[in-house]
Ligand binder design. Structure first.
Ligand SMILES: [Cu+2]
Length: 128
C-alpha cells in the first residue's frame, strides 16, 4: 500500500514537468519554423483563418500565400498595409516586410456569413 501511494506520488510529480518540457519544445520549434520559412500559407474558411496566428520577424520579407477553402474572403491587416482578396480556387501571394514589432490583427474584409466578424488573424512581429 505504501509502495502504491509512492508510485502515484511520483507520477503526479513528473507529469507536470513532462508537460512543461513538451510545451516549450513545441513553442521553440514553431518560432524556428516561422523564422526560417519565407512562405506562410494561410487558409480562410467560414469562420476562421488557419493558422489563427503567425510570427514574423521585423525587417524580414515573407510571402503570405492566401487560400480560401470555401467562399470569397479577404485578409485586411491595416497596420501592415495588406488588403487582399481570398477567392476559392486561387492563391493570392502577398509580400510583407514588417517595420515594427508588436501584435497586429488581421480581419476578413469581405462579408462571408453570420460568423464573418469573428475571423481574425493575429500577427506577432518579433525582433530578429
Ligand atoms: Cu468574412
Amino acid at each position: 500500500m505504501i509502495l502504491r501511494t509512492l508510485a502515484v506520488g511520483l507520477f503526479l510529480c513528473t507529469l507536470p514537468m513532462a508537460a512543461q518540457t513538451a510545451g516549450s519544445a513545441k513553442l521553440h520549434s514553431h518560432a524556428a519554423a516561422a523564422a526560417s520559412s519565407a512562405v506562410i500559407a494561410i487558409h480562410a474558411r467560414r469562420f476562421a483563418f488557419d493558422p489563427a496566428q503567425i510570427t514574423l520577424v521585423k525587417g524580414k520579407t515573407v510571402e503570405l500565400d492566401l487560400i480560401s477553402d470555401d467562399v470569397h474572403h479577404s485578409l485586411v491587416i491595416g497596420a501592415l498595409g495588406i488588403h487582399a482578396d481570398m477567392l476559392p480556387g486561387t492563391t493570392e501571394h502577398v509580400q510583407v516586410t514588417p517595420d515594427d514589432t508588436g501584435d497586429f490583427t488581421g480581419d476578413c474584409g469581405h462579408f462571408c456569413g453570420m460568423g464573418h466578424n469573428k475571423m481574425h488573424l493575429l500577427i506577432h512581429v518579433v525582433n530578429p
